[in-house]
Design a protein around this ligand. Structure first.
Ligand SMILES: Nc1ncnc2c1ncn2[C@@H]1O[C@H](COP(=O)(O)OP(=O)(O)OP(=O)(O)O)[C@@H](O)[C@H]1O
Ligand SMILES: [Mg+2]
Length: 299
């Protein structure tokens, strides 16, 4: 059922209800996006809940999620629309003798011969949708320019068909991992949300939500260890996604505690570079050994 948010608190509660625990700015920016109709650019490291936010918003707002996954070389034909050449060809072949050229031409450039891609689907949808343009930083600047036009006018022109205007206003989320700097023009048109690794208590709550069966004591220790690991200078620090995976792994293995042995046996779930593994084992792993604990002065 469609839902119209009435306040920031309303959005925060709604997102929680669908299993996403938003930080303060996340709820605020989501509320503004829904109200002002402005796209949101969500940036931050990998695995901090950028994509998930769009999914959660769609669920909470009771809207369909239309997703455009970006990649290098993505072009209009894959993002906007494309003519269905095969169908056009078939049409031409079956009609070749009986119909005049003009008739056939009018026909094959009609909506029936159009293949809708995500951006077009979002614009043309009779029901308002949530449009997720995921990993926009993977595309090139030309694509970004095309997107700009779309995001400011919410219309698409098809030379053979004319203009297709949005019937409803989508909530638009663009995500980026910062692999390249996006243009100022794009940023100007968007609200901005920076998602970072969460505070300890916030992450604790997220992990609890995903693995409620894991004991409170282990869950807390897990998040504390993750935070220690993030403080090291690593190639790829563990994200929320890794915290959740690790919690699931420990649950599955029936771990009773996170001691040095358990840590070393399972740390490949949270660190995934050879050099990082060495660093983490030396700096964090040893601290979890009973010997190290005994050596600490009694509290
Ligand atoms: N605030 C949150 N509440 C609940 N779950 C969360 C939250 N943030 C992240 N998660 C969980 O963390 C995992 C990773 O999130 P997601 O895939 O959205 O990351 P991402 O930022 O899009 O990463 P990438 O840049 O690699 O695509 C998901 O399983 C998601 O459910
Ligand atoms: Mg993502």
């Amino acid at each position: 059922m469609a839902h119209e948010p009435s306040s920031v608190q309303d959005v925060a509660a709604g997102l929680r209800q669908v299993g996403y625990l938003p930080g303060e700015s996340t709820a605020l920016v989501s509320f503004l996006a829904a109200k002002l109709g402005k796209p949101v650019l969500v940036e931050g490291p990998a695995g901090v809940g950028k994509t998930e936010l769009a999914k959660a918003l769609a669920k909470y707002l009771g809207r369909k999620l239309v997703r455009l996954q970006c990649y290098e070389g993505l072009d209009e034909a894959k993002a906007l629309y494309e003519w269905n050449y095969r169908k056009q060809l078939l049409r031409i072949q079956t009609e070749a003798d009986s119909a005049g050229w003009q008739d056939v031409q009018d026909d094959i450039f009609g909506e029936d011969f159009l293949l809708e891609r995500p951006l077009m689907t979002a614009i043309a949808s009779p029901e308002p949708v949530v449009l997720l343009i995921d990993e926009i930083d993977k595309t090139d600047q030309e694509f970004e320019a095309m997107l700009l036009e779309l995001l400011s006018d919410f219309q698409i022109s098809i030379p053979e068909l004319g203009r297709i205007e949005a019937r409803t206003q989508p909530v638009v989320l663009l995500t980026s991992n910062n692999t390249r700097e996006l243009t100022e023009a794009l940023k100007r048109r968007c609200l901005y949300l920076w998602l970072d690794y969460p505070e300890l208590e916030h992450e604790l709550e997220i992990v609890r939500l995903h693995t409620p069966e894991l004991s409170e004591q282990i869950t807390r220790k897990l998040v504390e260890v993750i935070h220690q690991v993030r403080e090291l200078d690593l190639k790829k620090p563990p994200s929320i996604a890794e915290s959740i995976d690790w919690a699931r792994a420990l649950l599955l293995l029936g771990a009773q505690d996170i001691d040095g042995d358990t840590f070393r046996a399972t740390m490949s779930v949270i660190v995934k570079h050879r050099t990082d593994i060495d660093t983490v084992a030396a700096r964090v792993g040893v601290k979890l050994d009973p010997a190290a604990a005994d050596a600490r002065p009694a509290a």
